[in-house]
Design a protein around this ligand. Structure first.
Ligand SMILES: Cc1cc2nc3c(=O)[nH]c(=O)nc-3n(C[C@H](O)[C@H](O)[C@H](O)COP(=O)(O)OP(=O)(O)OC[C@H]3O[C@@H](n4cnc5c(N)ncnc54)[C@H](O)[C@@H]3O)c2cc1C
Ligand code: SF4
Ligand code: SF4
Length: 398
């Protein structure tokens, strides 16, 4: 149900509120404002209605919990075919840093069946505890069984922070768990830190269509929950051997109590593997047309790189969406990222600014991409990109 309400007798369908909503959550139908499900209840539209036809009912607040009863940082370990998702390992690094700042322990939460190979992989990382539930009903990820299992652990051991990957599974799991525990969740964080005075998790993420970076705190409820996309955080160092304390719990859930059944797994055929590419050559609006992406593809082929793109290039239909890098595309962290004819808008940077080396080619010396570039080439990409391809071909003997 939408959060905002329209007082039908007052609304004249003038449409002023449509303009005021940053989430495009209002439309006019038959001279009446209609609120869509995407309404977040932010209240930004309220003052736009001169007839006071918009009304935001007060949401009853849940009483605050005793936050001092919650301790420790947990990372949800996502896995498939006995392999841990890379993002879970990345989060162990951020989790360690946060736990150290809070002088508390870092734990991995592992749910599944036949989990010893995963415990083995976790032994290479600096973790204090591993909370596990091993049960055949947890063999494959399913929202209902995983949330029952994780919430039973949370209620018993009371962590103050839970981090999960912003993957398809992690997003589903974290939002369902936060709902079950009646706590807050910040999705798709780009930065996490600990507030030194209050010891709260400082969660930063783009808001209002990426136009501002919002800092979100969860002071009154526990656990504080956040998801982070793959490749946003750095991988932690591998330790020689780690003797994490293993805490095994059981689950009293039978297959017939779970609503979801796994019928089959069909892996998606993702031919654009930006996430694992060591080198990415990306093109933007500066290319001027689909036919010119050939220049980008040629340089990428010489370097054995993947082809990326800005949203402007994708929106123009010059290249398909799986190539898009940025806030609403892929987050990447290659060793070398070439940005060709890309201005470097904040939403593009959100997906690539942690690349080890950024080489920007742009004819505008004031383009924001140069603020984050390791090397900047000011000039016409139609001259520079072919020259780079030519020179790399020579150097690499191709
Ligand atoms: C909610 C939201 C989400 C978004 N998500 C993303 C996202 O995931 N990824 C993304 O990329 N964007 C995203 N955007 C869009 C973003 O704000 C920018 O509009 C977009 O990144 C611009 O793409 P661009 O740099 O290719 O184009 P422009 O900003 O138009 O820049 C083109 C650049 O090319 C240069 N140029 C032109 N001709 C040449 C030439 N011959 N040689 C060299 N340089 C040349 C120009 O100087 C200019 O700097 C999002 C926006 C919003 C509101
Ligand atoms: S601004 Fe007020 S009167 Fe106009 S469409 Fe919106 S709710 Fe109705
Ligand atoms: S409350 Fe916010 S999201 Fe909902 S319609 Fe108004 S401006 Fe849009």
């Amino acid at each position: 149900m939408a959060l905002l309400e329209v007082i039908k007798d007052k609304c004249k369908g003038c449409g002023l509120c449509v303009e005021a909503c940053p989430f495009e959550a209002i439309e006019i139908l038959d001279n009446l404002a209609v609120i869509k499900e995407s309404c977040t209840g932010c209240g930004a539209c309220l003052d736009s209605c001169e007839l006071e036809a918009l009304y935001l009912p007060k949401i009853e607040k849940k009483p605050a919990v005793d936050v001092s009863a919650y301790q420790g940082v947990w990372v949800f370990i996502e896995h498939q075919d006995s392999q841990i998702a890379h993002v879970s390992l990345e989060l162990l690094g951020k989790g360690r840093e946060s736990a150290d700042k809070l002088s508390t322990h870092l734990s991995a939460v592992l749910l599944g069946d036949d989990i010893s190979p995963i415990i083995q992989q976790l032994s290479k990382f600096d973790i204090d505890r591993i909370y596990c539930i091993e049960d055949p009903v947890l063999r494959d990820y399913r929202t209902d069984s995983y949330v029952v299992a994780a919430s039973s652990l949370v209620r018993k051991y009371r962590p103050e922070i839970i981090l999960a990957g912003a993957t398809t599974t992690g997003r589903d799991f974290a939002s369902a768990l936060a709902t079950e525990l009646e706590t807050g969740l910040t999705a798709d964080c780009t930065e996490l830190d600990i507030d030194p005075e209050q010891g709260l998790l400082v969660q930063t993420r783009p808001a209002f269509g990426g136009n501002i970076m919002a800092t979100i705190l969860c002071p009154h409820h526990r656990p504080q929950m956040a998801t982070v996309r793959p490749k946003v955080m750095e991988m932690p160092a591998i330790v020689d051997s780690n003797d994490a304390e293993i805490i095994q719990e059981s689950l009293s859930l039978t297959e017939d109590q779970i609503l979801t059944k796994i019928v089959d797994f069909i892996p998606s055929i993702d031919t654009v593997n930006l996430a694992d590419a060591q080198i990415i050559v990306s093109g933007g609006r500066g290319l001027g047309g689909t036919e010119n992406f050939g220049l980008i593809e040629e340089l990428a082929e010489v370097l054995g790189a993947a082809v990326g793109a800005s949203r402007a290039a994708v929106d123009a239909g010059w290249i398909p969406y799986p190539h898009q890098v940025g806030q609403t595309g892929r987050t990447v962290r290659p060793r070398i990222y070439f940005a060709c004819g890309i201005s470097g808008a904040i939403q593009h940077q959100a997906g690539m600014k942690t690349s080890e080396m950024i080489i920007a080619i742009n004819k505008d010396p004031d383009a924001p991409i140069f603020d984050i570039a390791t090397y900047g080439i000011v000039g016409d990409l139609f001259e520079i990109v072919p020259l780079l391809s030519q020179q790399f071909k020579k150097k690499l003997g191709k």
